[in-house]
Design a protein around this ligand. Structure first.
Ligand code: UDX
Ligand code: UDX
Length: 459
């Protein structure tokens, strides 16, 4: 079949995979190829057992795969035939050299840019999908157009705002789509090409077009603002615990102010995920680079507060459990960084596990979707101190304490009477997500400690 347009995405991860599946399902006249150097990932995308868990993803992939959605490891051929290339390779925080711990590691991105240049024999529109430091598109354009005599590249920024666990919903009904491009005739035409893809299903007034730098910076800023709300409410949670105020009531009361709004005010053990911390640190690095140390310090505090929240949670566990957890069995309910995903990148549960093992506790990890990732993440720890158990009832058997790490719906619906009966006494429950009913659990016999709300102790 002849396709009207050929789109390629390099990087078949949490962003590239679902985004391209939705574009393919909505634009049947467009050929969409997703390429990745990871052969297993590419193979898995073509099975019933997709490499990532996302509600609704299976159906979207099924609707288009083999029709106009294809997966390949042959990145070079895919580049050669594409008109529009989305780049969605990972850009983790640098772990070495200048900017280590803050700046983005751009090695995969730069390697990809060079490969695009080598394999292109016709003009291409290259779209940054990965979150990148401001001015990266400009650098990419320089790399691409260096030595390119007969081929021209237009580089655009189209950051992805989907959240994991609701990726398909977010992609199908986005608050906005943002496309940044050069303010030249060529640039505007390239932007229109990409607008026309999204316009298949997104109302035009929700497709924003800006200059490239605004687009790049908007993505970092959106994540910084969202994360800042969580750190702000978590800082107030600490104060609530000292004063007897209830953080859920405070959040509800302030959220009813339309200027503040109710979302992202849920106190928790802290935010995780591949984006928030990485993007804020990236922003901090940029501010430092441009000589704005006060601005950098302001945003860095969002990350410090998040780290503090986790540490505070673990210290509280230890102090409530008579200041020692050596040899105690502690069941962690949930390992994913949020519900409805198997993703464990930067999950608070990872840090909590490490701190508990440091204190020589025995940690039992349970999660409906993230156990494989948990095994991989915790591989460097002494395995005789960790048990991986899919069944939460079994995980709690003989435990001194349960700590809720992820707000999976199933943890609200368990039979806590049965769980209590199988645990060591006194039985502790630390609710790191504020999802359980403190009074009901106390009545069963637990000593219960939520975040930023009065706990109820039987001791
Ligand atoms: C995304 C964005 O791309 C990142 O910038 C954002 O800030 C976080 O989310 P994500 O899709 O979650 O990344 O990352 P990941 O699931 O790691 O997927 C990236 C894929 O790119 C991997 O499958 C990896 O194999 C692939 N890759 C990486 C390549 O195909 N080529 C490379 O050179 C490097
Ligand atoms: C985020 C952004 O929401 C998304 O727009 C961007 O594209 C990628 O980064 P994601 O990390 O997938 O998405 O999930 P999100 O729902 O934002 O949650 C991030 C973390 O914050 C999770 O650990 C979550 O549990 C936590 N969180 C969220 C809270 O602790 N409290 C809240 O009120 C909301």
């Amino acid at each position: 079949m002849e396709f009207a347009k050929k789109v390629l995405c390099i990087g078949a991860g949490y962003v590239g995979g679902p985004t391209m599946a939705v574009i393919a399902s909505k634009c049947s006249e467009v050929k969409v190829v997703v390429a990745d150097i990871n052969a297993k990932r590419i193979a898995d995308w073509q099975t019933d057992n997709l490499p990532i868990y996302e509600p609704g993803l299976d159906e979207v992939v099924k609707s288009a795969i083999g029709r106009n959605l294809f997966f390949t490891t042959d990145v070079a051929s895919a580049i050669a035939e594409a008109d529009i290339i989305f780049v969605s390779v990972n850009t983790p925080t640098k772990t070495f050299g200048i900017g280590a711990g803050k700046a983005s590691d751009l090695q995969y991105w730069e390697k990809t840019a060079r490969q695009i240049r080598e394999c292109s024999h016709s003009d291409k529109i290259v779209v940054e999908k990965s979150t990148l430091p401001v001015r990266t598109a400009e650098a990419m354009e320089r790399i691409l157009n260096a030595n390119a005599e007969h081929v021209h590249f237009d580089v655009l920024s189209n950051p992805e705002f989907l959240a994991e666990g609701t990726a398909i919903k977010d992609l199908l009904n986005p608050d906005r789509v943002l496309i940044g491009g050069p303010e030249t005739a060529r640039g505007r035409a390239a932007v229109e090409e990409v607008v026309s893809l999204y316009a298949h299903w997104v109302p035009r007034e929700r497709i924003l077009t800006t200059n490239v730098w605004s687009s790049e910076l908007s993505k970092l800023t959106a994540n910084a603002f969202l994360a800042q709300r969580i750190s702000s409410i978590n800082s107030i949670a600490a104060l609530c615990e000292e004063t007897g105020a209830n953080v859920d009531e405070v959040a509800h009361a302030i959220g009813m102010d339309k200027r503040i709004g109710p979302k992202f005010l849920h106190a928790s053990i802290g935010f995780g995920g591949s984006c928030f911390q990485k993007d804020i640190l990236n922003l901090v690095y940029l501010c430092e680079h441009f000589g704005l140390p006060e601005v950098a310090a302001y945003w860095e505090q969002v990350v410090s507060m998040n780290t503090h929240q986790r540490t505070r949670f673990v210290s509280n566990m230890i102090s409530k459990m008579f200041n020692t957890i050596v040899g105690k069995r502690i069941a962690l309910f949930g390992f994913a960084f949020k519900a409805d995903t198997g993703d464990t990148r930067e999950t608070p549960a990872l840090y909590v596990t490490r701190e508990l093992i440091e204190e020589r506790a025995h940690v039992v990890v349970t999660d409906p979707k993230a156990l494989d990732n948990a095994r991989r993440d915790l591989a460097d720890l002494p395995q005789d101190l960790i048990t991986y158990e899919p069944d939460p009832y079994k995980a709690a058997e003989g435990a001194h304490a349960i700590a809720i790490m992820t707000e999976w719906k199933l943890y609200r619906e368990l039979d806590y009477r049965r769980i209590y009966a199988s645990m060591e006494k006194p039985a502790f429950l630390f609710d790191g997500r504020n999802i359980l009913d403190v009074n009901a659990l106390y009545d069963i016999g637990f000593s219960v400690y939520p975040i930023g709300r009065p706990g109820k102790s039987r001791l």
